[in-house]
Design a protein around this ligand. Structure first.
Ligand SMILES: C[S@@+](CC[C@H](N)C(=O)[O-])C[C@H]1O[C@@H](n2cnc3c(N)ncnc32)[C@H](O)[C@@H]1O
Length: 293
């Protein structure tokens, strides 16, 4: 796509016939090439700090300090704001984590292979062993200070959360989904995602606690979004034919949901193995959408 800005150019842009473009590389470089105001909605789940090793150089999430991690994401999301149309929305999923308590690595876990870590981040200055870092809110507030309008903190409650063998605190069963806008007024289709009232007779505004099970995804050894978390974001934040962006595309849940809902999608991902998985997944959805003759 060419824009008035001559140095902002990418090889290809999603069209009606080819609604999904996956761009391979470091999102910090690729996103700078996307034209201003070219997407309507952004839905993403960035790598968490020191939680998973995506085994590729240039990955975000492996920074030596919390401040460097936050700065890296705020920089990416500043570019997201430039790329977003003035009435667009940005939906950011992130969970809170604890300090590692001085451990330097984490073993491979049979149930969750992505959890093996060759490094663990140091305890940030001012925090202690066992402290909840509050990284989700640190990131949300840093984005707000950087210029985003912070509009909602949605609790993604996971009824089937991972059990934890902790004895001195509760098992964590939620993550956050922050809704940001670029402007004071923006496009938001509340009607598309209303909920049934408890007596079942009417509809009400969707509430800020969403109860959604995580879904296992055999091919990728990292956390993929459940499509049910992404669907309301795309329905409220875009219209049919609009472009949705995910700058940390992973196995491509945002692209598959966007495709199901008749939206176009741009994904950016660093790890070529994940892009292969995402392409396979997208073509399965495309096949499912072709009416049987
Ligand atoms: C939490 S996962 C996203 C999963 C995705 N939401 C899904 O449903 O499949 C985060 C992704 O960010 C990617 N990533 C990490 N650093 C990156 C970077 N600098 N540029 C682009 N992608 C990066 C990782 O490879 C990983 O696939």
């Amino acid at each position: 796509m060419r824009s008035q800005n001559a140095d902002r150019q990418v090889d290809g842009w999603p069209t009606e016939d080819n609604p999904l473009i996956i761009l391979h590389g470091d999102t910090r470089e690729i996103i700078r090439r996307l034209p201003d105001s070219s997407v309507q909605c952004v839905v993403t789940s960035p790598p968490y700090w020191g939680v998973r090793d995506y085994k590729v150089s240039g990955q975000i999430g492996a920074e030596a300090s919390l401040d460097e991690y936050l700065e890296a994401l705020v920089d990416v999301f500043r570019e997201v704001r430039r790329v977003l149309s003035p009435d667009g929305t940005f939906w950011l999923n992130i969970g809170n984590t604890y300090t590692s308590g001085g451990r330097k690595w984490r073993d491979e876990d049979d149930k969750n292979r992505g959890r093996a870590m060759s490094y663990r981040p140091p305890t940030p200055p001012g925090l202690k062993k066992k402290d909840l870092i509050g990284v989700a809110w640190l990131l949300a507030l840093a984005c707000q200070r950087d210029g985003w309008y912070l509009r909602n903190d949605i609790i993604w409650y996971k009824p089937n959360c991972q059990p934890e063998s902790v004895k001195d605190r509760f098992t964590v069963a939620h993550e956050y989904l922050f809704l940001f806008s670029k402007s004071e007024r923006y496009s938001f289709n509340q009607d598309a995602i209303r909920e049934r009232t408890s007596n079942g007779n009417g509809l009400k505004n969707k509430r800020t606690v969403w109860s959604i099970n995580t879904e296992p995804f055999a091919e990728a050894h990292f956390a993929v979004f459940p499509p049910a978390l992404v669907r309301p974001c795309i329905l409220a934040g875009s219209r049919a034919g609009d472009v949705v962006l995910d700058p940390f595309y992973g196995a491509g849940t945002v692209g598959t949901v966007a495709g199901e809902l008749g939206r176009r999608c741009v994904g950016i991902e660093l790890n070529s193995e994940y892009i292969k998985i995402a392409r396979k997944r997208a073509s399965a959805v495309q096949r499912a959408l072709i009416p049987m003759g």
